[in-house]
Design a protein around this ligand. Structure first.
Ligand SMILES: [Zn+2]
Ligand SMILES: [Zn+2]
Length: 243
């Protein structure tokens, strides 16, 4: 059974670079299109039908907003695929050897990703770099497709998360693929513009621990608050938290 999961990754690690690039591009495109479609269906169809939560920002979308976000998102997939080739030589095998190792790698990634995402996001708000980051901020009322709607330079910075992490922590390529999957789900979720827990106050322990759509929508509205990606803890620590 394990050999079945190992085979595509073992092939990819050994493949010539044009084939490896084509395969990883297909992987990123599939993740992006499936993840964004499912999140859109939930946001625009399922939640309203079941009367779950409510829309956060009601302003109309910009003309051709979703088309523009999709175009940028497809470019982001291409950049992420190219960056994947850069971290291929850094892979330590495919999967963790033990459950303990898996838990340790996941914890280390969550910590690294929080610090890296907050730091690079604040840098991107520097006046010299904001012209690149403004591609992402063009979406004020966000949609699940807004997450990957970034300038190619910012896409390379996002891909750099995995290069930086793999340079510091020995980790397998299967684990990195799973982290990519979790990343696209989370990115689509925090850009869904739907308050999923309206019954809970903003200081509820879950909202203090994990970023939610309202937290990130506020970043798109006010720009200088809520730089964190998966958690608001660095915003709380560094006084950039907005609610
Ligand atoms: Zn965003
Ligand atoms: Zn920003």
């Amino acid at each position: 059974m394990r050999a079945l999961f190992d085979a595509p990754f073992a092939w990819w690690l050994a493949a010539d670079w044009p084939l490896a690039l084509a395969a990883v591009l297909a992987f990123h495109l599939a993740l992006y299109l499936v993840g964004g479609s499912v999140a859109s269906w939930m946001t625009f169809r399922l939640f309203p039908a079941l009367d779950i939560g409510h829309v956060i920002d009601n302003q109309p979308l910009k003309p051709k907003q979703i088309r523009t976000e999709l175009r940028n998102g497809l470019m982001t997939c291409a950049v992420l695929a190219a960056v994947s080739l850069a971290y291929r030589p850094l892979a330590h095998g495919i999967w963790p050897e033990t459950l303990w190792q898996a838990a340790w790698q996941l914890g280390a990634f969550v910590l690294f990703n929080n610090v890296y995402a907050y730091g690079t996001h604040r840098l991107l708000h520097h006046p010299w770099l904001m012209r690149f980051h403004s591609v992402h901020h063009w979406s004020v009322r966000v949609t699940p497709w807004s997450g990957y709607s970034v300038h190619p330079l910012e896409a390379a910075v996002i891909g750099g998360t995995f290069v930086g992490f793999m340079a510091l922590v020995p980790v397998g390529v299967g684990t990195i693929a799973l982290l990519h999957m979790m990343g696209i789900v989370f990115t689509s979720c925090i850009h869904c513009n739907h308050e999923l827990m309206p019954m809970h106050a903003d200081d509820h322990w879950l909202k203090r621990l994990v970023s939610d759509p309202k937290f990130h929508q506020l970043h798109h509205e006010r720009s200088r608050v809520n730089y964190g990606f998966t958690s608001p803890w660095l915003d709380r620590l560094l006084n950039t938290l907005g609610r």
